[in-house]
Design a protein around this ligand. Sequence first.
Ligand code: AMP
Length: 126
Amino acid sequence: MASIFTKIVNHEIPSYKIYEDDKTYAFLDINPETKGHTLVVPKVEVDKIYDLSDEDWNALWATVKKVSKHMEEVTGRRIVYKVVGTDVAHAHVHLMPLDENWEYGKTLHLREDEFQSICEKLAFQD
Ligand code: AMP
């Protein structure tokens, strides 16, 4: 069965899309630890990040860098990463713009309109 992230990439379930290219897709995490918490995923469905081909690995990290630079420019915040992968068996990188106190680790409960407005602020294309 397709992973939830493959379903997002294929638009079978909705997401707050931030960026997309032929190999990767970035969207807001629905349980954000900071405002703008984004996941970058390879379009190919691979469970463990270190099992990606070199090409897909490079594409994933190139998108992480591109999205980070854009996020930093828009938010003025430092962007930090984490790679976990215990909940969803589809490789992904978490990107989190830090708030002024550099706090993360607790889930923020955002309203639909807050997700929408963060998405509008952060979304971009090449
Ligand atoms: P982990 O596998 O531990 O790195 O965490 C998976 C992340 O995916 C969690 O932070 C979830 O909040 C996030 N997540 C799960 N389903 C969705 C979804 N439908 N849209 C956005 N984020 C999701």
